[in-house]
Design a protein around this ligand. Structure first.
Ligand SMILES: O=C(O)CCC(=O)C(=O)O
Ligand SMILES: [Fe+2]
Length: 282
């Protein structure tokens, strides 16, 4: 088997010719480099159990135990991203990036498909490197040197709402109002320099970014909406990942957004997610 990295249209790369259960150090380094460069990496036909999933994720760093999603009954490191046939909402059903409400946002997540609906349930990804690069000069100068405030309280706390119509809520499968109330609404730069690649990325998202620092939500809305609209409408920087049995996706929270499509009502979709700790962003 030869490790091959094939960029996908829009964002990400598909990596073939490897078995994630038995990676050499050289293969891991190639994967880590592809992750830093492409922002999302996709694998097919992987026969992994929970221990293999944990071992692969741990090669990237420490595991972040999710405070809001239900845990796998046997493996606290694995968060269940589940939608049962009777559920209407899903987890991550709008464009977002995970963990921007933390001071040190998680580096990324490794999501493994365990039970898929017969049709639907694809995940969209968008490149925030390309989003920044393709902003017009006026927007680039409007955000230069600015910071934004992020929060998870409206999503995970008491009376969670669906602000920006980009809810990450999921009918009781997520939420922990005690923990949510301790969230402190960190400030991050609107344009970050990526900790792994050194490239600039747009770092605001519709689910968790509430305002520019020093402005109210209303004052921020005109410019913030332009940034979001740029990403929504720039289809050239999106990719759509179609899950199959054995598929695994790993995404970078600093340089991508994602969106779990909720187009499979009445069917079950069970995914296992492991999230890797990150660092403060500058
Ligand atoms: O289920 C998916 O495809 C992704 C869900 C999501 O947003 C997440 O796990 O962070
Ligand atoms: Fe997510």
């Amino acid at each position: 088997m030869t490790l091959t990295i094939t960029p996908t249209q829009g964002v990400g790369a598909e990596i073939t010719g490897i078995d994630l259960k038995a990676l050499s150090d050289a293969e891991f380094q190639a994967i880590e480099q592809a992750f830093a460069e492409h922002g999302a990496i996709f694998f097919r036909d992987q026969d992994t159990n929970e221990d293999d999933h944990i071992a692969f994720a741990q090669r990237f760093g420490d595991i972040n135990i999710n405070r809001f999603f239900g845990a796998h009954p046997g493996y606290p490191q694995i968060a269940m991203v589940a939608k049962e046939p009777g559920d209407t909402d899903n987890i991550g059903g709008g464009w977002h990036t995970d963990h921007s409400y933390d001071f040190e946002p998680a580096l990324g997540s490794v999501l493994v498909a365990r039970e898929l609906p017969a049709t639907g349930g694809d995940t969209m990804f968008a490149s925030m490197y390309a989003a920044y690069e393709t902003l017009d000069d006026e927007l680039k100068s409007a955000i230069e040197g600015r910071n934004a405030v992020h929060s998870g309280r409206h999503i995970f706390g008491e009376g969670a709402d669906t602000h920006y119509n980009q809810s990450d809520a999921g009918e009781g499968r997520i939420g922990n109002s005690d923990v949510a109330e301790t969230l402190k609404d960190p400030v991050h730069p609107v344009v970050i320099t990526h900790p792994l690649s050194g490239k600039k990325a747009l770092y605001v998202n519709p689910a968790f970014t509430v305002s520019f620092e020093g402005e109210s939500r209303d004052e921020s809305a005109p410019l913030m909406s332009k940034l979001f609209a740029h990403v929504f409408s720039s289809h050239a920087l999106h990719t759509r990942f179609v899950w199959k049995p054995g598929s695994i996706a790993m995404w970078d929270n600093c340089s991508t957004w994602h969106w779990a499509l909720n187009d499979y009502q009445g069917q079950r979709r069970i995914m296992h997610r492991i999230t890797i700790e990150g660092c403060a962003l500058h």
